[in-house]
Ligand binder design. Sequence first.
Ligand code: 4AD
Ligand code: MG
Length: 457
Amino acid sequence: GETTKAKISGLTSLRSKRVRVSGWVHRLRSQKGIIFLILRDGTGYLQTVLSGRVSETYEALTLTLESSVELVGTLQAVPEGKTAPGGHELVVDYWKVLGAAPGGDEAFTNRLNEKSDPSIQADLRHLVIRGETSSSVLRLRAMLLRAFRDVYAKSDFLEVTPPCIVQTQVEGGATLFGFNYYGQNAYLTQSSQLYLETCLPALGNVFCVQESFRAENSHTRRHLSEYTHMEGEMAFVTFEELMSHIETLVCETVDALLADPVAAGIIQQLNPGFKSPARPFRRISYKEAIQWLNEHGIQHPEEDKDGNNVLDEAGKPKMVDHVVGDDIAEAAERQMTDIIGTPIFLHSFPAELKAFYMKRIPGDRGFTESCDLLMPNVGEIMGGSMRISDNEELLEAYKREGIDPKPYYWFTDQRKYGTCEHGGYGLGIERVLAWLANRYTVRECSLYPRWPGRATP
Ligand code: 4AD
Ligand code: MG
């Protein structure tokens, strides 16, 4: 009879039909001459059964995990009381190996055991991603990006693609990757923000999904050297409107994922009990946060002028209370976020702690109209602010930071040719995913993560 070529995700409508499916051998079990094979094709998993004539060939007896195969057979609903992905199984009557895998070697053991040694796993990430957990995280990542784009489309934001090769810094010179660009100095971009700002008068509100690069020598759970940065920029907004937009963007995206059976299934499996966050997000100003940390006994290691820890009599780092002006470091931020247990908008940071472009709070000019969004288990997933809109003020900001204004002429021009109140933000996609999928580190949330010393695979 007729055979339909199909993907596993599209099989439900083909019950009791003859189908042809190609994929990889995900699991394999042999019992009394019957082979039970779970096939994987990237769209899902399919239980298949090979018995009789088709299970007695040399190929069948030497079949290995991760071999690619083509299977042809009849799709049957699984009998009452049995479970299988999709509720059906393929009774195979013809099949062939397309590409045999060696089987039994360390690579496959590691693919199957996603909890093995981290450095071996990192080297073998090209095989590890075939595993159930890793591929679920990557599938959720794709669905997350799609959901974000859908929300942007509904809100009339236009997507642009700024360059990665740049000659300006955004978040401080210390974390720039520089290189020789036809004899000139150039950098890998830290943020596309400055370019998005130039798009406002041309295109209105804009966003981008672009790789950002940070030469951070920090080996933490949430730092990568290259990460996917989703940034948005809005014209003619107030700080309050900016924060409310960010809240809506995050919540509508999460709601769309939870309304999708596949995405919701992955979230439920990786992060049981996850719920859409309550709105409005709790808002805590930087000054209130300093007070909160002190009330909760959360201290930080005292540092000397060179940034080295001051030691106590026992030779341990001396812990001290926070004072206004201190950076709230990752450890303190994480403790606060985990105790509070809900999303937090931490806002109005001191100007000295923040980037040169941030707008000051009228009436409290030592502080800025800036906000970080903190999530339980991860901490900061987003950083944003209103921008300096006044030309003179921007020129002063360059001077204070020791930035040569020349390469920024195009950014400065923004303030000369019809300036406006505007603001924006950047979300680290890997951090958003670590929050949604409850991953221990952002390294699990990137296809091929980069951190100090690693650029392979
Ligand atoms: O807070 P950041 O440095 O802000 C900016 O770059 C702004 N120019 C964005 C803007 O306003 N358009 O970075 C924004 C976000 C952080 O909140 C974090 O989620 C992520 O980017 N991020 C990193 N993610 C992984 N590894 C790193 N090294 C990261 N650095 C920042
Ligand atoms: Mg930040």
